[in-house]
Design a protein around this ligand. Structure first.
Ligand SMILES: Nc1ncnc2c1ncn2[C@@H]1O[C@H](COP(=O)(O)OP(=O)(O)OP(=O)(O)O)[C@@H](O)[C@H]1O
Length: 229
């Protein structure tokens, strides 16, 4: 489903005369199968977010090839990436990244607007999705009028509305209390079992890491451990 072949990445910082190269990821080879829940762990600065940004095309690797569902995505243009991303990936973040001036309904509907789905169909799908995450009574609430757990469910509904086969999550439980965390993990498990959605989750949280099928430990930009838990 996702394959990285000898991927390395470095950032260039500073202007031409003072340019400095910051190597971040080194020779990463990795294979993630359909239906896996994989946790990426490692210290701050070890390259976890960079890895996720490479897989989702927000960054291009300095070296190596990345394949998503057998497509050599490293060769996609910016425009092709935008379509490809919308079809293949959903995103969940620690800070939810909802648009504060838009209701729960409008936040969840947004990817369908970007996809050009017509209004009556959008309405139907958005209401169904809000129901699936148990928020049908909160459609007209703004993010500031929802609890952290509810906001995270809106962000999951927004991620799922275009039926992506892969969900990428960056510290999804980071802002949740233990009850909401437990609920989120159960929901992830359900989506994984019932719909075969593949999850790639960056986490500092041992509970999330032990919940995953597999943990990839990054240290100084290298994979040092691949544990099957
Ligand atoms: N755009 C950038 N330009 C220059 N350096 C960057 C850039 N983005 C990240 N880095 C550097 O790359 C390294 C890895 O960063 P990254 O965000 O991938 O780590 P991380 O493991 O996700 O950390 P955290 O757990 O703190 O989020 C860090 O040293 C960081 O300073």
């Amino acid at each position: 489903m996702i394959e990285l072949k000898q991927v390395s990445h470095q950032f260039k910082i500073g202007k031409k005369t003072t340019e400095r190269i910051v190597p971040v990821l080194h020779d990463i080879s990795l294979h993630i199968e359909k239906g896996e829940i994989v946790a990426i762990v490692g210290r701050s600065g070890s390259g976890k977010s960079t890895l996720l940004n490479l897989i989702s095309g927000y960054l291009r690797p300095s070296e190596g090839e990345i394949y998503v569902q057998k497509r050599a995505v490293t060769r996609l243009s910016e425009g092709e990436w935008a379509d490809f991303r919308l079809q293949h990936f959903g995103f969940i973040f620690q800070s939810f990244q909802l648009i504060p001036s838009m209701t729960a309904f409008a936040n969840v509907e947004l990817p369908l607007v970007l996809k050009g789905v017509k209004e009556s169909e959008r309405r139907k799908q958005t209401l169904l999705m809000l129901e699936r995450v148990g928020l049908q009574d909160y459609a007209e609430h703004y993010p500031s009028e929802l609890s952290g757990g509810q906001q995270q469910r809106v962000s999951i509904a927004r991620a799922l509305i275009v039926n992506p086969p892969i969900l990428l999550a960056d510290e999804p439980t980071g802002s949740l209390d233990s009850e909401n965390e437990h609920e989120l993990l159960r929901f992830i498990e359900q989506l994984n079992k019932e719909q075969g959605i593949t999850f790639l989750i960056i986490t500092h949280d041992d509970k999330v890491a032990s919940f995953a099928n597999r943990t990839i430990l990054l240290q100084d930009g290298k994979i040092v451990d691949r544990r099957l838990l």
